[in-house]
Design a binder for this molecule. Structure first.
Ligand SMILES: [Zn+2]
Length: 134
């Protein structure tokens, strides 16, 4: 029986849908799925320079769990670099305290407090918006 994965808190979704290598034969279309929580782990540890204890607290997971997520993220990114694969960001097991959207017209990212409705991009007023919370 598969173990049920607890959700990990992510403050903000990644600001991109993916990364693509250039200067290589782009025939290889398959990419690596980087979960939101893996992106968050890299951000907290390697960008915000937090120690694992602080980062684990922010994500609402134990330290060993954080270490696992972080390790998985690094391996995926390393594999993408070495094997020149695309990186796709996917929702994974994240939980966010706000509803995040991306505008498909101007690519603005914005959030709306839970419980409030929105049908429009605040930057360009386009109604062509997409939820990032799955
Ligand atoms: Zn917009």
């Amino acid at each position: 029986m598969p173990r049920k994965t607890r959700l990990r808190k992510v403050v903000e979704p990644p600001r991109f849908k993916g990364y693509r290598p250039f200067g290589v034969n782009a025939k290889n279309k398959d990419g690596i799925d980087l979960h939101y929580e893996e992106y968050e782990a890299i951000k907290l540890a390697d960008y915000d320079l937090m120690n694992h204890k602080e980062a684990a607290e922010i994500m609402g997971v134990s330290r060993p769990t954080f270490a696992r997520i972080y390790e998985s993220a690094r391996r995926k990114i390393a594999q993408a670099l070495v094997e020149t694969k695309n990186i796709n960001t996917v929702y994974g097991n994240a939980i966010m305290d706000k509803d995040w959207f991306v505008c498909n017209k101007c690519h603005a990212r914005f959030n709306i407090p839970k419980g409030m409705d929105s049908e429009k991009c605040p930057a360009c007023n386009s109604i062509n918006i997409e939820s990032l919370n799955k």
